[in-house]
Design a protein. Structure first.
Lengths: 247, 247
DNA sequence: GAAACATTCTAACGAATGTTAGAATATCAT
DNA sequence: ATGATATTCTAACATTCGTTAGAATGTTTC
């Protein structure tokens, strides 16, 4: 029976006859089959990466690992899933070489396999934000509830932070701050914010950031600070987005 | 029954008690549920994009659409799948807003929804090449069979092409050349190459390119030209990769 | 309006995936 | 070694996905 995509059934593939004029029918067929098999294999491999990122929970786990290496338990709690499910997802990610694991005593620690993975995730998220109006709507609602940093550029923020005109606070857990943070930022985890209020000057503007645009910690921090009379705004970028804009 | 990720079952989420001290238990619970639901929704939306790219055939279709708009039939033939299956995959891609369709007479034409999609695909492919040794191996074998352009930089190639030291040929079908091509390149589809050999100078180096690193047309072109005594090499970049390096 | 054609919709099947619970494994403290 | 703890492996289930075939839709041409 003839297939739709039969090898020689139409004009679309007629160039093959020119290119392969010298080849015997058997050789021609084998050449095509081989080429097709090579392509299939190549795309199959690329799809391994996108399949690994094709689940909301795996995306969330990857996002958390962009901040710092973490144990299975930490990851499961922060993503609100069971330890078993987290472990299973992490193994899928490991099979796709997106993360690596290492044992530290009783705990298994997972970390991103490469900075390229973080870069890919940001590209993916930005594409989703550009294309999906549903996502734009959801993000817009987040933005409305809090005040965003309006001081234009990255360099301006760096400048003002370096000479003390604004105070940049990193409201993530301390270990994530230690793993990597924006220059001149001060670690002030959301959990300690209320107790350490006296460290913050009322006269200056306070810029709070957290894990990135999908993390709500800076939103909460800004809401709290503004209620107490501080001039607080939030920066949507996390450390990965920040570094990306550098290149 | 108590869940692993119960809301108040452990120290990991204890900061909530500080932040939300002022809230009643009901308010606290509702705040958490809402935050979790927002995050779930956000990641769900992002996953729509990666799910759409999580199939080898859909990746191949997207890759073809990066070259030029095409009808369902053209796409099905070039990807070696049935028209029905192609249509089905294209509708998945359309649901994820990665492609758009337009009717031209009897034919339905699909095109990329945005250049960001092409950019995302290259990022994905590059990540796959970096992380997956299986893919590196497959690509390496392709490279061995043909001679790659060794003239270092993009700018050098542009320079040499502009003053005629090398001849850059685009071996894709003519409509893809018309849609977009590398500056100074000459359209010479693989199907016509043998018939138009006399247009190519034997004294100069010929650089052939096609759809990108996973497309085998330039490999075949170079193989043919070298057998006939031409000084031909191939450029792995397609038009998308080329433009990306511009920014 | 009828015939011809390209595409999509519907239904169906087996294959792959997400999730959970229980058993098994590896490490640490004793 | 033994018990306690963290993680992974196994098995099971419902759900989703890839693929195919047949019916239905929309468009052009006559």
């Amino acid at each position: 029976m003839l297939e739709y995509h039969c090898f020689m059934g139409n004009g679309q593939v007629s160039w093959l006859f020119h290119v392969c004029l010298a080849k015997s029918p058997w050789e021609l067929r084998s050449w095509m089959v081989t080429n097709r098999e090579i392509k299939n294999e190549l795309y199959e491999q690329v799809a391994r990466i996108s399949k690994a990122s094709a689940s909301p929970k795996r995306l969330e786990l990857l996002g958390l690992l962009c901040q710092a290496p973490k144990t299975v338990e930490m990851l499961s709690q922060e993503a609100s899933i069971s330890v078993k499910l987290a472990s299973s997802h992490l193994q899928d990610l490991k099979a796709a070489r997106l993360v690596e694991s290492e044992r530290h005593g009783k705990n298994m620690t997972y970390k991103l396999a490469s900075p390229s993975v973080a870069n890919f995730l940001v590209t993916l998220r930005e594409l989703a934000e550009e294309r999906l109006t549903e996502l734009q709507e959801a993000v817009r609602q987040l933005g409305e509830s809090a005040h965003e940093w309006t001081g234009a550029t990255r360099d301006e923020l760096l400048q003002q932070a370096s000479n003390g005109d604004v105070v940049v606070i990193d409201v993530r857990p301390a270990n994530e701050f230690e793993s990597a943070h924006i220059p001149y930022a001060r670690s002030m985890p959301l959990s300690e914010l209320k107790a350490r209020l006296k460290e913050l000057p009322k006269g200056k503007q306070i810029v709070a950031y957290c894990r990135g645009p999908f993390c709500l910690m800076s939103v909460d921090a800004v809401r709290l600070l503004r209620k107490l009379g501080y001039d607080a705004v939030l920066l949507k970028d996390g450390i990965v987005e920040w570094n990306r804009r550098a290149g």
